[in-house]
Design a protein around this ligand. Structure first.
Ligand code: HSE
Length: 312
């Protein structure tokens, strides 16, 4: 299956690396035919282009992997691809959360797929497993640590008494942080992920701006010390509960008890869990950010598209 890759940054380059390395029969079936970059300086091989039309107008390219980030031009490119009858896999939570219903409708109308495993929880197979649970019963609620950058910062501030700014630089260097790290620090990244999870888990279209959101900008080391003295730690938590005609959701720093395993999710890892009637708690821990783990989730979706799997 020939793929048009939009974006060759942290995630996009990881996608190309995994596909080019072809470590399994499934991956060998995929081929990155063309890659879109922003500037001519980034054109370092024949399949790289700055012209999106070379990708969208190529009838041999059946699927688009969008890893550009940001609202525009990603939204227009994805919309056009779906309208042209190409399936799309995207890691772009901000764009997907903003245009979820519009893009899903276009995908349905054109009988193509729009998949987004990498947009929430990075490499963790979260979205797929929510669908598996829903084959049996509704999901009542979910909660967890959805942002690697802030978990990395809070963990280091607590364990190593490091300063906020120093750790933010570390998260940027490791490729966890957004281009605008304010999205991480102020909780907006988690807000997009909570909105997308509400859609996947509850079929609820939640406007991200309706989710009360507080970040970690004002957390200081003395707050972490204060929490520690009370057998707690501070984590940035995304949470939502389905009440049928009402969905409650929020993003905020929470005092998590030391007995709660979320308090021990270290470094840049994410720890997220769903709750449903017969399964109870289903928890997932793993790499929620970073080039190859996030790219892994994109490639999983590409394999699903290639195998024609609409849902699980
Ligand atoms: N900036 C995000 C994070 C990247 O730190 O979790 C993954 O969505």
């Amino acid at each position: 299956m020939k793929i048009g890759l939009l974006g060759h940054g942290v995630v996009g380059s990881g996608v190309a690396e995994i596909i080019d390395s072809g470590r399994s029969a499934e991956v060998k079936d995929l081929r990155v035919e063309k890659m879109l970059v922003r500037t001519r300086q980034e054109v370092t091989e024949a399949r790289i282009t700055t012209e999106v039309s070379e990708i969208l107008d190529d009838p041999e390219i059946e699927v688009i992997a969008e890893c550009m980030g940001g609202l525009e031009p990603a939204h227009t490119y994805v919309k056009t691809a779906l309208e042209y009858g190409k399936s799309v896999v995207s890691s772009n939570k901000k764009m997907l959360a903003a245009y979820y219903s519009e893009l899903m409708e276009i995908a349905e109308k054109n009988h193509v797929m729009l998949r987004m495993e990498a947009a929430v929880g990075g490499g963790i197979p979260w979205m797929e497993n929510l669908m598996r649970i829903r084959r049996i019963e509704p999901i009542d609620s979910f909660r967890g640590i959805f942002n690697g950058t802030t978990n990395y910062i809070l963990s280091a501030m607590k364990e190593e008494q490091k300063e906020f700014d120093e750790m933010l630089k570390g998260a940027q260097a490791a490729g966890y942080a957004e281009r605008n790290p304010g999205d991480d620090i102020d909780g907006f990244d988690v807000r997009y992920k909570v909105a997308l999870t509400c859609a996947q888990a509850f079929d609820a279209l939640v406007d991200p701006s309706d989710i009360p959101t507080f970040g970690i900008r004002n957390i200081h080391s003395e707050d972490l010390l204060h929490a520690e003295e009370r057998n707690r730690t501070i984590k940035l938590i995304g949470w939502a509960e389905d009440h049928g005609d009402l969905v409650m959701a929020m993003v905020m720093p929470v005092f998590v008890k030391d007995s709660d395993y979320l308090s021990r999710i270290p470094c840049n890892l994410n720890g997220i869990e769903s709750f449903s009637r017969t399964l109870g708690k289903a928890g997932f821990v793993g790499q929620g950010a970073g080039s190859l783990p996030t790219a892994h989730a994109v490639v999983q979706d590409l394999i699903d598209v290639s195998e024609g799997r609409k849902e699980v």
